[in-house]
Design a protein. Structure first.
Length: 275
């Protein structure tokens, strides 16, 4: 009996000593995620309008009352105030809560998937892609202040985690940008109007900086197939989809880049096996 208790105790100690170092790596990004999500919400609302992002106090959109720090605690404020402004009682909508939960989802997904050395890089990638996709979905704009830093951070992340691949990833960034930019130029020359934004080209370049040359074609392929499927689904659902219907491509590129960063090794293994 005493042996069994001792064995149980030593198993518990083993489990804790295995769990603690792992928890120390994933707890900080997961705990920070709702706070980041709250900031991403500010970016989503203000970047497309060109409003200042930092140093501007948050106010209630309805009554204009300045929001204090206790009104801005991610997740918690929303729950305590039941989604209403403390001052005028107007419902503030589900947007702040949704983007805070989405940022948390990115961190949790990353923590379950990548090694601790890649965890922070993965969270940064996911959070910026989330913001860019959200803005593009609602405004058809992919702000340079998101795509260009994403490209730079992708190269820094490569230099930090896989320095031998830096040249490959830099070429992928250039090729990703130039390929979609060329498509956009050709389309404009033939049709006399814009079919694809330069923001899409910059986003594919940024994704190339993260995933490298061998996975770059798949980023475009997956995004294009998903985009066509979504347009088909919209048409089936009775929405009017014509060749001039504006469909944001950024969200599809973002999802495709995210999946390739997390699971692209499978594609590389498959290419090596079949090549
Ligand atoms: Zn208010």
């Amino acid at each position: 009996m005493r042996d069994a208790a001792r064995r149980g105790l030593s198993q518990l100690v083993d489990a804790l000593t295995n769990f603690l170092p792992a928890a120390l790596s994933w707890l900080p990004p997961v705990l920070l995620a709702p706070v980041i999500g709250s900031f991403l919400g500010v970016l989503v609302l203000r970047l497309p309008k060109g409003r200042p992002v930092v140093l501007a106090r948050s106010v209630c959109d309805h009554c204009g009352h300045r929001l204090g720090s206790r009104d801005l605690i991610p997740l918690l404020s929303f729950a305590l105030l039941r989604g209403r402004c403390r001052y005028c009682g107007t419902a503030i909508g589900s947007f702040p809560l949704t983007i805070e939960l989405a940022a948390l989802g990115v961190a949790a997904w990353a923590a379950c998937t990548v090694s601790s050395s890649e965890l922070w890089w993965t969270c940064v990638l996911g959070w910026i892609l989330l913001t860019a996709a959200w803005i593009d979905l609602h405004t058809l704009i992919l702000p340079d202040v998101l795509t260009l830093p994403l490209m730079l951070i992708g190269l820094i992340a490569t230099a930090a985690t896989n320095p031998d691949a830096l040249l490959d990833h830099a070429l992928a960034a250039a090729l990703g940008y130039l390929s979609l930019a060329a498509v956009a130029w050709i389309y404009r020359a033939l049709r006399g109007r814009d079919g694809l934004g330069m923001g899409d080209a910059k986003l594919l370049g940024a994704i190339g900086a993260w995933i490298g040359l061998s996975e770059l074609p798949f980023a475009l392929l997956i995004a294009a197939c998903a985009g066509l499927a979504a347009a088909g689904a919209a048409a089936l659902a009775g929405k009017r989809v014509t060749p001039v219907t504006a469909i944001p491509f950024g969200p599809f590129l973002a999802v495709s880049g995210w999946l390739l960063w997390l699971y692209g090794d499978w594609i590389n293994d498959w290419l090596i096996r079949s090549g």
